[in-house]
Design a protein around this ligand. Structure first.
Ligand code: DGL
Length: 266
């Protein structure tokens, strides 16, 4: 058994780094494996059955190899469909991330909420149920964007982000007078990585809400015996890619000092 059994945090790309940061803040002495399924990126447009099968295959391979004490599916697109199957299959706690509709409904002053997520997440039944349960008194404007996911990936590879492009993506939230979102749910883990730029593009928004802290609280509540010393945290990619060198610097900023490639062809 590993002297530092890790927590495995998993996403299609770099989005889950926003979750890793929040979890590490709550559990600083844990050891982390951040797995990026870049071989199958992006998840947003994938049909549900294909996505569930892919997430199952990747986690089966990684869990056998890493033997994590806990798995965090740091991807809304995957969590909103794959969690029941994963929880039935694997013995360790599996935590998922879903759009933070409930806190947003509490924070919004005018009860007009924007949900910004992948095209998959905005149309899911799971999302309909969340809105029905936690925001029945709110007007929820949904925007599904693939482009924003790609832009977050580009930012982590050192590229500059054009604020006008973000303004255009956000424009449906402010189209009608008297129906302007004052609170926006970042329902994709990639999007908090662009928070500074999003704030610049839409300074009128009062609250940008993501799920990172809620996930961190849940993880901490399931690990009552905190570790006293962390091992080395590393990133795992399911395919090699030319931009790996550029990514290494960004990953190091998130405390991931080494990159392993474990090929899992799509
Ligand atoms: N980061 C992911 C999410 O939270 C998905 C991005 C993608 O692969 O489309 O939904």
């Amino acid at each position: 058994m590993d002297a530092h059994p890790p927590i495995l945090i998993f996403d299609s790309g770099v989005g889950g780094l926003s979750v890793l940061d929040a979890v590490r803040k709550a559990l600083p002495h844990e050891t982390y494996r951040y797995a990026c399924d870049n071989a199958a990126f992006p998840y947003g447009p994938k049909p549900e059955d294909e996505l569930v099968a892919r997430v199952d295959a990747v986690l089966t391979a990684l869990i056998a190899r890493i033997e994590p004490k806990m798995v965090i599916v740091a991807c809304n697109t995957a969590s909103t469909v794959a969690l029941p199957r994963l929880r039935a299959k694997f013995p360790m706690p599996i935590i998922g991330v879903v759009p933070a509709i409930k806190p947003a409904a509490g924070l919004s002053g005018n009860k007009v909420i924007g949900l910004l997520a992948t095209p998959g997440t905005v149309t899911r039944r799971y999302t309909d149920d969340l809105i029905r349960e936690f925001a029945p008194h709110c007007d929820v404007i949904r925007v599904g964007s693939r482009e924003l996911v790609v832009l977050a990936e580009a930012k982590l590879r050192g590229e500059a982000i054009d604020i006008d492009t973000l303004r255009e993506i956000l424009s449906p939230f402010f189209q009608e007078a008297g129906r302007q979102a004052d609170t926006i749910v970042l329902g994709c883990t990639h999007f908090p990585l662009l928070l500074d730029e999003l704030r610049q593009a839409a300074p009128q928004v009062k609250h940008w809400v993501d799920s990172g802290e809620a996930i961190a609280r849940r993880a901490a509540s399931l690990l009552p015996e905190a570790e006293t010393e962390a091992g080395i945290s590393r990133a795992i990619f399911t395919a090699d890619e030319p931009s790996m060198k550029r990514l290494a610097a960004a990953l190091a900023e998130h405390g991931l000092v080494q990159i392993d490639i474990i090929p899992i062809p799509n």
